[in-house]
Design a protein. Structure first.
Lengths: 90, 442
């Protein structure tokens, strides 16, 4: 997949505004999953060209305008997995 | 140019201290209460009057002073960011909210050395060109508030307005965007960033939110210089830091250590043997657990601890006595963290709630079969998914607990027994003994 030409755009969620409607994950399951409570988890990284239209639609349709496209990838903490001890991993 | 205008505070006029590294705590013992302005000036000399703001920022940068609120962010970098704003005024906030429930170092400092904190705030204001200094003190830190009020009444001729504001007694009230939110709107909950406080903060002005201990160090750096500051520190990070040490028999002491001191030495200096304890919670509730065996001789230095996945944080060193249950101790911390969510972000409200409930069930051995596995998964799910870092702190603490107390968690999970008291949890009779073991053998 090619990155978006020009400025790379990434998805970002305003966590305070988000109320967990889950619409974004329905519209863009390629880049957005829901956690156990229905709040979006982003895969992170630039939105690929072929998903940009869908991404813009997800942004436009968020009922509380919590989803945005931003020019820079939000801090890596958004997607960094925690290193879990072996015994709790399955 | 800032130089050693008089002797450093650990020498010369001051009383000899038990600890040679005492700087903030040099002078009369903490138990003597608030140091008066006259005594403060007699001991340390007046705050230098003429300092070029740019030189001051550079001096703080050279000193290597780190923020002491917990994040260990270089103070000089923050000062430069505010000083370098494109336009408009600025504000300095001396952050003494100290919402960490087990940390006492900021309140102890404010109660005993209020003029060091105020001096540091004034220096910072001069360095960044701020027109106001706000002292933001946790509303339940009564001795600190009384001390700061008394100190303000004693001072004459300070160059700018100083106001004291009481911070709500909540864990997140000291988070920098929450500080700004409270001062602007009376609501001490974090806000979505950007804009960050150093860009647009109190009253729309660029705002330097700096922990009170960091400012107290800055007050000494302003007098004695960066080289003097850097003359302490035994490992990677220069200087000294205040710590709160807790341990068996209810010990809770505030001490000043030279960065790089080991846990063994710190405990010994307070008359305790670190090895009487099985584990230690380092850095506060945003920090993590480690076994005493693993860290007893590791330098207590932000860089060295970070290398090991640990944190110096707010300087909490909470020793868990031998014979106490790490699962129960962790469940208590997680219950607190869940209760202290500002309840703004779903992953924090629901995630920490679920984590805390599962940890409680495991601690009390009335857990569901998948509780332990869920704890691991949820730690990952909540990581990085709040408007502020509150859920990250809880997740990090949980992950460290799962590592350090893995045998204990497995014992609870598999046998419903607790090594600390040997009792069997309530639901044990129903599910039968040894119904499952998870993961690898111990």
């Amino acid at each position: 997949m090619r990155a978006h030409l020009g400025r790379d755009l990434s998805l970002a969620v305003d966590r305070i505004a988000c109320d967990g409607s889950g619409l974004c994950a329905e519209l863009l399951p390629e880049l957005i999953e829901l956690d156990d409570w229905g709040y979006p988890m982003l895969t992170g990284g630039p939105v690929p060209d072929d998903l940009m239209t869908l991404a813009r639609r997800a942004v436009d349709r968020c009922p509380v305008l919590a989803l945005r496209l931003v020019a820079r990838q939000p801090a890596a903490r958004a997607s960094r997995p925690v290193a879990l001890p072996e015994f709790v991993r399955r | 140019m800032i130089g050693a205008q008089s002797l450093p505070p650990s020498h010369g006029r001051t009383q000899p201290q038990q600890q040679s590294t005492a700087r903030l705590l040099a002078g009369p013992p903490l138990a003597d209460g608030t140091e008066s302005h006259a005594a403060h000036v007699a001991r340390l000399g007046p705050l230098p009057g003429r300092i070029d703001p740019g030189a001051l920022v550079a001096e703080i940068e050279r000193s290597g002073l780190l923020g002491r609120g917990g994040a260990a962010f270089p103070a000089g970098t923050k000062w430069r960011a505010v000083a370098g704003r494109a336009s408009g005024g600025a504000v300095v906030v001396a952050n003494g909210a100290e919402g960490e429930p087990r940390s006492h170092k900021d309140r102890a400092l404010m109660a005993a050395r209020p003029h060091l904190v105020i001096d540091g705030g004034l220096l910072a204001a001069r360095a960044v060109g701020a027109g106001e200094l706000v002292l933001y003190v946790g509303s339940d830190h009564h001795a600190a508030i009384a001390s700061m009020r008394r100190a303000l009444a004693e001072r004459r001729g300070d160059a700018l307005p100083i106001r004291l504001m009481e911070a709500p007694a909540r864990y997140v009230a000291g988070e920098s965007s929450a500080v700004v939110h409270f001062l602007n709107e009376g609501d001490a909950r974090p806000t979505a960033v950007p804009p960050r406080p150093y860009v647009r903060g109190v009253g729309g002005r660029a705002t330097l939110v700096q922990n009170v201990e960091s400012l107290a160090h800055a007050a000494l750096i302003g007098r004695f210089g960066a080289e003097w500051y850097r003359s302490a520190g035994r490992d990677s990070t220069p200087g000294t830091a205040l710590v709160t040490v807790q341990g068996a028999d209810g010990m809770a002491k505030v001490a000043e250590l030279e960065y790089g001191t080991t846990l063994r030495e710190l405990a010994a200096s307070l008359g305790h043997d670190a090895r009487d304890h099985r584990a230690v919670l380092l850095g506060g509730y945003f920090g993590g657990w480690a076994t005493v065996d693993a860290v007893v001789d590791v330098p207590l230095d932000p860089a060295r601890l970070t290398e090991r996945g640990l944190a110096f944080g707010c300087g909490l060193v909470a020793l868990l006595p031998a014979g106490t249950c790490g699962v129960q101790a962790t469940a208590g911390v997680l219950r607190y963290m869940a209760g202290e969510s500002a309840r703004q972000c779903g992953p924090c409200v629901f995630g920490l709630g679920a984590i805390s409930a599962a940890a409680d069930r495991l601690a009390e051995r009335r857990h569901a079969p998948d509780d332990l596995e869920n704890l691991g998964r949820w730690a990952n799910q909540v990581q990085g998914r709040g408007g502020c870092h509150h859920p990250d702190g809880a997740a990090g603490l949980l992950v460290s607990a799962l590592e350090v107390f893995h045998a204990e968690f497995r014992l609870h999970q598999a046998t419903r027994r607790c090594s600390a008291d040997g009792t069997i949890g309530l639901a044990a009779a129903a599910s039968g003994p040894g119904d499952l073991a998870i993961g690898r053998a111990a």
